[in-house]
Design a protein around this ligand. Structure first.
Ligand code: FES
Length: 128
């Protein structure tokens, strides 16, 4: 994996926060529009902040690494900050991705924003 930064390799080889929260406050499953890979994310929310993230990703090494990195990145963030999360922010935080792999970071950004949206729907009394 010579084309990847040390941080990408580290998160791929030692993923953080993998798994699933039982009875989460919000959840989302997204597919990458480019390749069809999938990420499911579950979150716990307290006092308007994301306090726990777990994820399950079926995808390429950058998809795994970005899922792991993003799960650590947003822990402690207010929900409004997660709304602004971009795939570039994730890719840059990891020290960059090869150009043909930048799209892989879209999964984590979309899934986390989706889980926050699901949390808000539940707060309004909508179905999960
Ligand atoms: Fe599918 Fe990277 S090739 S997420």
């Amino acid at each position: 994996m010579a084309a990847y930064s040390d941080l990408v390799v580290d998160h791929f080889e030692h993923p953080r926060n993998a798994g699933e929260i039982a009875s989460p406050d919000g959840e989302a499953t997204v597919s990458n529009p480019v390749c069809g890979d999938r990420m499911r994310v579950t979150i716990r929310v307290a006092a308007g902040k994301v306090v726990e993230v777990r994820w399950q990703t079926r995808g390429c090494p950058p998809a795994i690494a970005t899922s792991s990195f993003a799960s650590e990145l947003v822990c402690g963030w207010p929900l409004e900050r997660v709304d602004q999360l971009t795939r570039e922010e994730i890719a840059d935080g990891l020290g960059g991705l090869p150009r043909d792999k930048v799209h892989c970071s879209v999964l984590a950004a979309d899934a986390l924003r989706g889980a926050v949206g699901d949390y808000r729907r539940r707060q309004r009394g909508g179905s999960p």
